[in-house]
Design a protein. Structure first.
Length: 116
């Protein structure tokens, strides 16, 4: 199944999945109480849309740091830079050198392309 889990502080906060997958899940529900619970949850979202969009589209360095429950200082210590450098890297529209992207990839255990 295709889906993306978005974490904050090391815990799942959102699950994003294609509409077709969601519809298939809805069709497979056998227990009517499950369906009622989903319909109720659909009417009362856990998060406001703006909050979800802000988190999904936030700076990738900040999002990865938050998903691991790290402070800016924690990340700075892991990368051997100052906390103020992390703050600059987390600014909207930040652009990273290839060497910096490699460092992010190593510390976050991800491909450097994730930080373009």
């Amino acid at each position: 199944m295709e889906y993306q889990t978005i974490n904050e502080d090391g815990k799942p906060k959102f699950v994003v999945l294609p509409i077709a997958v969601f519809e298939a899940i809805m069709e497979r529900l056998e227990d009517e109480s499950d369906l009622l619970a989903i319909k109720k949850a659909k009417k009362e979202p856990l998060y406001e849309q703006s909050e979800a969009e802000e988190y999904i589209f936030m700076n990738p360095v900040k999002r990865e740091r938050l998903e691991r429950g790290w402070t800016q200082q924690d990340l700075a210590n892991r990368l051997g830079v100052k906390q103020s450098t992390i703050a600059k890297w987390e600014a909207d529209g930040a652009v990273y050198r290839k060497s910096t992207r490699k460092k992010f990839g190593k510390v976050f255990r991800m491909k450097e392309q994730s930080f373009l």
